[in-house]
Design a protein around this ligand. Structure first.
Ligand code: NAG
Ligand code: NAG
Ligand code: NAG
Ligand code: NAG
Ligand code: NAG
Ligand code: NAG
Ligand code: NAG
Ligand code: NAG
Ligand code: NAG
Ligand code: NAG
Ligand code: NAG
Ligand code: NAG
Length: 844
């Protein structure tokens, strides 16, 4: 009986063309076009929506910016609207909503016609350049329900509201019409580069387009005029309104950009009618490192140097894109269906995970793109403008690994490279790369308040990427940094007191210490595996020994009364120990079964106590719950009933349309009221926590360091030179480089000693100018960063355990000699490794 049901559901999913099952999942917002941090449109589907969807204005993920976007269908001269609040004619009647990982499909009835309106934001895990293309499709299939043919015209427009947060902003626009396509483009006349206001980009150029086809007409003009014209005639006049004006004046006179299609008299259509909407920005991210500005463009520019070619390609590629989406949706749904209620969650969450990021590449000084420098920059969508927030990457990792483990490399690269370049002397990982997205101004916070959290996350993510992709390149490039981080964890997992999980965690300091400590310990164990992969057996053994010690201590204090407590200090507190998930994901088997079993029983009890509430709190008795972390915790539970009941709670909350908050799937909620914060965050990638546990792991291959050839990831990886001849060149260059580097290091150490004889901690940082009284001490803040005056984290009295408070000149020079020696040894080891690596193995 059940298997029959599964077969029916599966066949439904594979072709989307079987009788509709009644809708059972009712989120308070449905993703429409969710493709980038700035192209992120949702349909409000709150129970109190007025009027009812689909006749509601779409909104930005914040829920506080209407995105004017209208849709009409005219049947035998009678007009109906299927998107947007008003218009001439009656509303269509919404009969069903289906949400898949790539699409939201609304079925509506317009008189004698049934329409399926599909909003399709492609997810392209096999092609990052395509994934970075900031366009999405929406398309309509239709059929008459009375067996008769009807005269049918379709219409859609968007308003200037998409191009700026401020309706007074002056717009300019143009329409391109050629043999391939018709598209309107518009932007602010005074585009504000790299600016956003209330999360809306002020430097975007908007597009709405359609592939050329019979019956297509277009027009730009005032909303009322064009919609009434369509209502009256079913066509537009292929004319541009050249009176450039603001988005609106006094709530009137909105210029809109419309495309309509006259289908003639039909019963059904064989191909859908397809529009596209896009939001183009270039550069998409700027990185400001100590005043050195690097502008980064979205990766698709490397394929389509002219946006017009990109748009034409996107429109022509629709059938293939739809096929790829069918395949991806079926794959995800088939696997998600194995766990009750998970399919809805992965479907609602995935688009916003991908849309929170810009996939970027930098240019070389001669203007050519540097294909060795691809990096993903994620916005802390839902909470702040932080760039590459580490805790969000950690929570999103299950989805990223699931889609394509290689993508994780580009998520981690910008963070690792920044630390290796500029913070080689700081012993812990930073929380992010600044807090003014899309401008990244990385700053090291003066406090270690999240040192264990972010350092643990980074080591866990680096190993996860390596073991699932088999790609050891990040390990090879950053081994010394990773080791330093692990050493920090060894000394700090149980303190200093006051370390915290994340800014948005909703728990007070120390309440989450058990969860935090186990993340740090798993991080140390991950380092042991990393060392093993890097053939540093001594290190591997050492970190393994540390793990054993730390875990023994942790278990003795954390496992009390048959389950894990949350706080070492207050055994009465229990909670969601979601970092146990990393033990499962990395297949470490560090934590023993009895802990998992005790914790499962405890969660079952929490679930029972949460009846009538929006979910389980992070800490018993606490106000805040997190669906992202609950989902990680659920996946760590080895008890199907408990796991499923935890997922059901998340599902019921996510599918509750009376919930208030932003429109995107939100990560955080108030346990009593269900009110949400953190909508549209990438951290909802944690909905894939169970799916990711089934991924096959691979042997980690450490590449020769010189193999980081241009185009490594995107183009074919064949290299022209044989390994042998490269070896010769490389070794020659390396010897030269070794002398240069050694000489430079020596010179630098000496110079720093002379310039700041008494302050070792200044000498250990890269020599950025540290100006301003607030930077006295050991806080490296880049000059030119306006946030210097308002640090993200409040300074605390926490002492950097890794730096001596201050030292005499003698001590300084002794330490420097030591450091120099370490550097040279490091270099020698590196050379040895490269020699081993480039020497062709026997089978060549
Ligand atoms: C809200 O969800 C309920 C089911 O819980 C459903 O009947 C109702 O139609 C939904 N409201 C909207 C506006 O979608
Ligand atoms: C829309 O068209 C209908 C039928 O042609 C007409 O009766 C109605 O007045 C029109 N509405 C507007 C606002 O033009
Ligand atoms: C529009 O709605 C009105 C009021 O419900 C109804 O009388 C009219 O027949 C509808 N028109 C069409 C074309 O469905
Ligand atoms: C994963 O991404 C990489 C890099 O973009 C690409 O080369 C590879 O083909 C992708 N793999 C799959 C299975 O899509
Ligand atoms: C709309 O989609 C449903 C499946 O969700 C299908 O049964 C129906 O035939 C489709 N209708 C049209 C007009 O394509
Ligand atoms: C800025 O770039 C210059 C030239 O590439 C380099 O010498 C300098 O160290 C860089 N400064 C920082 C803070 O990265
Ligand atoms: C720019 O420099 C790179 C590497 O130095 C080279 O491969 C490329 O051909 C150059 N491009 C142009 C346009 O000169
Ligand atoms: C290209 O990027 C890589 C990785 O960041 C960097 O090491 C290299 O110097 C860059 N090449 C050029 C020519 O800028
Ligand atoms: C690992 O290190 C050992 C000892 O240094 C060496 O004998 C062995 O060849 C190395 N293995 C690899 C795969 O590099
Ligand atoms: C690890 O622990 C074992 C057993 O206690 C000990 O023999 C070994 O020397 C330790 N290794 C390191 C590197 O500390
Ligand atoms: C659950 O525990 C049992 C017994 O310890 C083990 O065989 C099984 O693999 C575990 N399942 C999961 C999903 O971890
Ligand atoms: C939706 O609203 C209706 C009418 O206001 C109410 O009866 C119903 O309980 C609400 N449903 C939910 C899930 O809030």
């Amino acid at each position: 009986m059940i298997s029959l049901l599964v077969v029916i559901v599966l066949s439904f999913l594979s072709n989307f063309a079987v009788a509709q099952t009644p809708q059972t999942f009712w989120p308070s917002g449905v993703p429409l076009l969710v493709k980038s941090p700035y192209l992120n449109a949702w349909l409000p589907t709150r129970n109190n929506s007025n009027p009812l969807p689909p006749g509601v204005w779409p909104n930005f993920w914040t829920g506080s910016r209407i995105l004017g976007w209208a849709g009409f269908v005219r049947v035998d001269g009678a007009n109906y609207f299927w998107l947007g609040q008003t218009g001439p004619g009656n509303a269509t009647v919404l009969t069903n909503t289906v949400i898949t990982p790539t699409r939201s499909i609304f079925t509506v009835q317009a008189g004698p016609l049934e329409l399926n309106i599909t909003f399709f934001s492609p997810i392209e895990p096999g092609d990052l350049a395509l994934q970075s293309f900031p366009f999405a499709y929406y398309y309509i299939d239709l059929a008459s329900t009375d067996g008769q043919s009807h005269s049918v015209q379709l219409y859609s427009d968007i308003s200037g509201e998409w191009a700026s947060n401020n309706d007074a902003s002056l717009l300019q626009w143009n329409t391109i019409s050629n043999a391939v396509a018709v598209y309107h483009q518009f932007s602010r006349s005074a585009s504000q580069s790299m600016q956003e206001v209330n999360n809306i980009a002020e430097d975007g150029t908007m597009y709405i387009g359609m592939a050329m086809r019979p019956g297509l007409t277009w027009q730009t003009g005032t909303d009322v005029d064009l919609r009434n014209l369509f209502n009256a005639t079913g066509t537009l006049q292929n004319q541009q309104d050249v009176r450039f004006r603001p988005i609106s004046k006094d709530g009137k006179d909105w210029p809109v950009f419309a495309i309509a299609v006259d289908l003639g008299t039909v019963q059904t259509i064989s191909q859908p009618v397809v529009w596209t909407i896009g939001l183009v920005r270039d550069p998409s991210v700027t990185v400001n490192e100590g005043g050195n500005m690097t502008q980064r463009s979205s990766l698709y520019w490397t394929r389509w140097p002219k946006i017009d070619d990109g748009i034409s390609n996107f429109l022509q590629d629709f059938p293939q894109a739809q096929q790829r989406a069918n395949n991806l949706d079926s794959k995800i749904m088939n696997q998600a269906l194995a766990t009750p209620n998970t399919a809805d969650l992965v479907s609602l969450g995935l688009r916003q995970v991908m849309a929170a990021s810009e996939i970027t590449v930098s240019k070389m000084s001669n203007g050519t793109f540097n294909m060795s420098d691809i990096g993903i920059f994620t916005k802390d969508v839902g909470f702040s403008r932080r760039t590459n927030p580490v805790e969000v990457a950690y929570a999103s990792l299950p989805a990223i690994l699931y889609l394509n483990y290689s993508i994780a490399k580009f998520v981690l690269k910008p963070i690792l490279e920044f630390h290796s370049r500029h913070l080689s002397s700081v012993s812990f990982a930073m929380s992010d790369l600044g807090s003014s997205f899309p401008v990244s101004v990385p700053v090291i916070s003066p406090s270690e308040i999240r040192g264990v959290e972010d350092t643990g996350s980074m080591l866990i993510m680096v190993l996860a990427h390596a073991m699932y992709s088999g790609d050891g390149s990040l390990i090879a490039q950053h081994y010394p940094l990773l080791k330093k981080w692990a050493d920090y964890l060894v000394g700090n997992v149980f303190g200093p007191a006051g370390q915290r999980t994340s800014d948005a965690s909703g728990v007070s300091t120390g309440q989450d210490a058990v969860n935090l400590a186990i993340k740090g310990i798993i991080g140390v164990k991950a380092m042991s595996k990393i060392s093993e992969a890097f053939n540093q057996s001594q290190d591997a053994e050492q970190y393994n020994n540390h793990t054993t010690d730390l875990f023994t201590q942790w278990r003795a204090q954390a496992f009390q009364g048959g389950h894990l407590v949350s706080s070492f200090k207050d055994p009465s507190l229990g909670g969601v120990i979601y970092n146990l998930y990393a033990d499962k994901l990395l297949r470490l088997n560090l934590v023993d079964d009895s802990v998992y079993q005790g914790q499962a029983a405890f969660y079952q009890d929490l679930v029972a106590k949460s009846s009538g509430k929006a979910g389980i709190p992070l800490v018993t008795g606490g106000e805040t719950g997190r669906v992202d972390w609950s989902m990680l915790a659920a996946a760590s539970v080895n008890n199907t009933i408990t796991r499923n009941s935890m997922i059901t709670l998340v599902h019921d909350h996510a599918g509750n349309n009376s919930t208030q908050g932003g429109l995107g799937f939100a990560s955080t909620f108030v346990v009593e009221t269900g009110r949400t914060t953190g909508p549209a965050s990438a951290s909802l990638g944690s909905m894939f926590s169970i799916l990711a546990l089934d991924l096959p792991s691979q042997n980690i291959i450490i590449p020769p360091p010189a193999s980081e050839a241009p185009n490594e990831q995107i183009a074919s990886s064949h290299r022209g030179l044989s390994k042998g001849s490269i070896a010769g060149i490389v070794i020659g260059l390396l010897i030269l480089l070794a002398f240069v580097v050694a000489g430079f290091l020596f010179w630098r150490r000496r110079r720093l000693t002379r310039e700041s004889p008494g302050a070792l901690e200044n000498a250990t940082f890269e020599p950025f100018s540290l100006t301003g009284p607030e930077n006295v001490g050991r806080v490296p803040v880049f000059s030119g960063d306006s946030r210097m005056l308002t640090p993200v984290h409040p300074p605390t009295s926490t002492v950097f355990s890794s730096f001596p408070p201050s030292s005499s000149g003698d001590e300084t020079s002794r330490r420097e000699t030591e450091m120099l020696r370490t550097d040279v040894q490091e270099l020698r080891r590196e050379m040895e490794r490269m020699r081993l690596a480039v020497e062709p193995p026997p089978e060549y």
